[in-house]
Design a protein around this ligand. Structure first.
Ligand code: VGL
Ligand code: ZN
Length: 216
């Protein structure tokens, strides 16, 4: 069965958030252990009906970058502009998906963060992703990637708000931790908002059973 499952059956999607060079070792906004999420996510990809990868995909003068002047009246979102080093500039090596990520396992790549006047953290912000997932019959979303306290957090909260059943794969995410504990607090927050937290081994076991039962 697998990929031709229809809307009534419920399609399960894996959402890999911003697993890009700039968030990994040697990158412009590297987070501790960023590279470590590649292996578990590669292992999980074949167990899902649909795999979506997002890319933070900023213009070179994005308002989130340090030193870029932004009219505060035009800026949207809770975090102020100008707080991040230049990162994930569209088309540059730093914006590429991690070189060890199994690109062949990814069905759809969604670029976000192009709007000059917002952080663009969420995979669901003006990207059409919720509609695209619903059009494919997706009702459950598993989320991994980078970073726990920003794009994973915001994407998980928005996925819940869009009505998806959400699981965050808690050993397949890593945080920036601008303040110590931010990543942990972000996971607690998404859990309190209705997401499930699960480790990648447990997810793999569950998924194996689900596919076995579906004959896929
Ligand atoms: C992100 C900081 C700035 C993320 C993106 O992908 O979590 N964090 N831009
Ligand atoms: Zn960004």
């Amino acid at each position: 069965m697998g990929r031709e499952r229809t809307a009534e059956a419920g399609v399960d999607a894996l959402l890999i958030v911003d697993l890009q060079r700039d968030f990994c070792e040697g990158g412009a906004l590297a987070v501790a252990g960023g590279d470590e999420v590649v292996a578990p996510l590669n292992r999980l990809m074949p167990l899902f009906d649909l795999v979506v990868a997002t890319r933070d995909w900023h213009p070179p003068d994005h308002g989130s970058f340090v030193g870029v002047p932004v009219d505060p009246a035009l800026w949207r979102g809770a975090d102020p502009p100008g707080i991040w080093p230049v990162h994930c500039v569209a088309g540059t090596p730093g914006a590429e998906l991690h070189p060890d990520l199994d690109l062949g396992g990814i069905d759809v790549v969604v670029d976000k963060g192009q709007d000059h006047f917002s952080q663009g953290y969420s995979a669901f912000d003006e990207s059409g992703l919720a509609e695209a997932l619903r059009a494919r019959g997706v009702d459950r979303v598993w989320i991994g990637g980078l970073t726990t306290d920003y794009c994973v957090r915001t994407s998980a909260l928005d996925a819940l708000a869009e009505g998806f059943d959400v699981t965050v794969i808690d050993d397949a995410v890593r945080g920036v931790n601008v303040r110590p504990g931010d990543a942990e607090r972000a996971l607690a927050e998404v859990e309190a908002a209705g997401a499930r937290l699960a480790g990648s081994s447990d997810v793999a076991r569950e998924r194996g059973r689900a596919r076995g039962a579906a004959g896929g």
